[in-house]
Design a protein around this ligand. Sequence first.
Ligand code: CTP
Length: 422
Amino acid sequence: KLETSRIVSLIETNLEPDLVTMLRFLGIVGNQIGMATYVVGGFVRDLLLGRKNYDIDIVVEGDARYFAQTFGRYFEVTCVEHKEFLTTSIFFKNGLRIDVATARTEYYEEPAVLPNVEMSTIKKDLYRRDFSINAMAIKLNQEEFGLLLDFFGCKRDLEKGVIRTLYPLSFVEDPTRILRAIRFEQRFNFRIEEHTLELLKKYVAQNYLERVTGQRLRDELEKIIEEPEPIKAIKRMDELGVLNHLFPHSLVDAETLSMLKRYFNRKRSSSPKPVYILAMILLRESSPEKLDSIVKRYGFPKKFPDWIRKAMSISRELKKIIVKGEQLSYRIFFETVRKPEPEILWFIDAFLDEENSKKFQNYLQKLEKEKPKITGSILIDKFGLKEGKEIKKILDKLQLAKLEGLPDDEEESFVRRLLGRD
Ligand code: CTP
């Protein structure tokens, strides 16, 4: 009882009033149709941790669709049924979404099993979840609103900061949980419990990650990269052997780490998909055949191997110049990188130290700003040149001169001089 009033006050003080009303109303709907109704999973975890979470997952002991339909009589919402998961999503006009699931014994219920699916209790439903910290429920029905269901020492684990699986085959049933364990460990600064860690390593070594579709792995990996400290998680994945099962033969050396640090620290809004840059950095020394298999597995763009090839050849070029002690100038950037595709751009940027990265960004801005007024067609019409290589050569020289400060009104005389027509 004491616990329940504490949870109610957590709900009432930490959540927005509308959300509190919504939770209470969900319980009332449950009462109306005689279904035990719970909010579960990440929402409960985050409530206890005092963190914001707007993903409301509801579990009912009964037909989720019927629950959602009943709920829908009171609000203007759209219900979308996912038969295969025994869930119905309720979408509100303002963007809020509530997922309602029928309590079940298996986390992954086969569609074929549907007709005979046993109604399972909330306890069994919670037991099939990934980790104890995600396996609590709060009852929402009127008379028991705020009752915390903690069957497996979940709250204690949350307080101690422990990531623990609830049953031995948890990682086998869903190997993406291997990545989830690392994500939660890093996000909350928790630790993976010893026995769980042993199972994790064992199934990684037994190639369980390889059994998952590339798309699901990629989704999980992208979630890891979106966390505030991706480098920590990447190092941890390397330490646990995960990285090499995601990207065979990844190269993790001092240069990799410094490139990753630079990339994730500097990453500006214009960066393309971070997972591409991550993979480019890890696989920068891989053979074309290996890269092709990565492209297939993860549905990366066909150009991916080409990006790496180009980015590496430019980086090598720049490295030679830096090693010689020469400064990277507009001229050098223009001659080596010119205007790279975004993926190549960010790879090269990660390759450069702070000072050179500034010069590089500066160069790219200037390249955008200082476009020659004289174009190819002007060269043809006004200067009588013929289409072909010469035009490109002249335009290049002009562009470089613009980068180096040639004013607009001197472009014409510059071109005349080039053509020896002065
Ligand atoms: N879950 C699970 N196994 C998975 C994925 C999810 O058991 N592979 C369960 C967990 O109970 C989890 C809930 O489904 O709490 C919701 O999953 P999801 O929305 O992916 O994650 P959250 O725990 O809400 O975490 P996040 O804060 O990253 O959204």
